[in-house]
Design a protein around this ligand. Structure first.
Ligand code: HEC
Ligand code: HEC
Length: 350
């Protein structure tokens, strides 16, 4: 059977390469939904089915950069993180912000910067904040490859769901790859386009980190420290620095300090980290903490100093007001110390 495409004219979105003087908010909070125990998650294809052609090489490179991001250390990555640390199982795991669900959710309009964010824009955000680095350019081989990998995960899984399991994932050109699967004009097999119209693509089951109930008690750093000692320190270490080799490749990521995600990253929000932790930590034993413990330990981890928010322009107070109207400790005082006031350098890459 031959795959039939929707041959809608492909209109380029204005993927503007805005200068980084005013960093847009690309780490904006995702709409978090409660976990649905009945949900059926998309299952991406096995890596062995990647084709051995030019397009397949891009997908393989994307996978490799995603699981070992230290290949980009000093160029685009400024800390000991790998993308896979927060998007687990190589970006395949439902409820750990999987790439397949993300890919189908862009381009997305963001009110905050009044502009359409493509999939590549969103990846750039994770480089700036989560990786404490400098984002690769739109047309760089790295950004193309990371987009190709996410597209491949999403499209292969969708094709399998719609009776196209014997077809290879169709190649896309570099420009199309970077926009994301939510574009009206996105080329996809007809049966998928009909089953999944553009307005439904952004809410595939398992996207993001599932929302948990609000804590009964105000999150407490004291209790959080105890939860950390009992459940986390064995791996992430008492000092939060995890375990890395001398090249900076982390086996267990640091949670604070100079090699962790910075003060602009989504994970520094107490709610976002609580959702992630409740669902995914301690590693291999997910959903073991109580809801209260997840909030407490998230607050504890996020009350520790880390690299500066790259949007900081000299005034902590101004930066806090402008970008930190959410659940986090940046610019706030804890035991007499104001977080962010002695932050590590941001974007220490060449
Ligand atoms: C320190 C943790 C962390 C690391 C490391 C990280 N991310 Fe993220 N990423 C996040 C968080 C948090 C979000 C937003 C989730 C939310 O708000 O619920 C996110 C969102 C995303 C999204 C959008 C998800 C969606 O459904 O819209 C993509 C795509 C993404 N990251 C790609 C990457 C890539 C590529 C890398 C490596 C270059 C990376 N991330 C590294 C934490 C991280
Ligand atoms: C058995 C070892 C282990 C334990 C115990 C553990 N973690 Fe993790 N944690 C990991 C590993 C490994 C990763 C990276 C996951 C990956 O790459 O697949 C990780 C990732 C994370 C991340 C992602 C953020 C980042 O900066 O990369 C956070 C936050 C986190 N853990 C918090 C916790 C908390 C809080 C606890 C205790 C409740 C905990 N972990 C317990 C091993 C562990």
């Amino acid at each position: 059977m031959k795959v039939i495409y929707s041959l809608l004219a492909f209109s380029m979105l204005s993927v503007s390469a805005k200068a980084n003087t005013e960093l847009p908010d690309r780490q904006a909070e995702l709409p978090a939904a409660k976990k649905n125990s009945q949900a059926e998650y998309l299952v991406p294809r096995d890596l062995t089915t990647i084709t051995n052609d030019e397009f397949g090489e891009k997908v393989k490179l994307g996978y490799s950069l995603f699981v070992n991001s230290q290949q980009m250390r000093g160029k685009y990555v400024g800390n000991n993180q790998n993308c896979v640390n927060c998007h687990m199982e190589a970006g395949r795991k439902a409820n750990s912000a999987p790439l397949w669900a993300a890919y189908m959710a862009y381009p997305a309009y963001r009110k905050k910067n009044d502009r359409v964010n493509s999939y590549a824009d969103r990846i750039q955000g994770c480089f700036t904040y989560s990786m404490n680095g400098k984002p690769p350019a739109y047309d760089s081989p790295e950004l193309v490859a990371l987009s190709a990998y996410a597209y491949w995960l999403a499209m292969g899984g969708l094709m399998d769901q719609h009776g196209l399991e014997n077809e290879p994932v169709p190649a896309l050109d570099d420009k199309q790859l970077q926009i994301g699967g939510k574009a009206e004009s996105f080329p996809m097999p007809d049966v998928i386009a009909q089953a999944l119209p553009a307005d439904k693509r952004g809410s595939l089951a398992g996207r993001g980190y599932p929302k948990i109930a609000n804590p009964e008690l105000e999150p407490s750093l004291e209790r959080g420290m105890q939860v950390y000692a009992d459940n986390c320190a064995a791996c992430h270490m008492k000092d939060g620095q995890g375990v890395s080799d001398s090249d900076g490749h982390s086996y267990i990521p640091p949670l604070w300090g100079k090699n962790a995600y910075n003060w602009g990253a989504g994970m520094h929000r107490i709610n976002t980290a609580a959702y992630f932790i409740y669902e995914n930590m301690p590693l291999g034993k997910s959903v073991q903490l109580t809801v209260q413990e997840a909030w407490d330990v998230s607050a504890y981890v996020n009350s520790q100093e880390r690299p500066q928010d790259p949007r900081y322009r000299g005034s902590l107070e101004e930066n806090r007001k402008k970008y930190h109207a959410h659940d986090g400790f940046y610019g706030k005082s804890v035991n007499g110390y104001t977080l962010g006031s002695n932050a590590f350098p941001s974007a220490v890459v060449k």
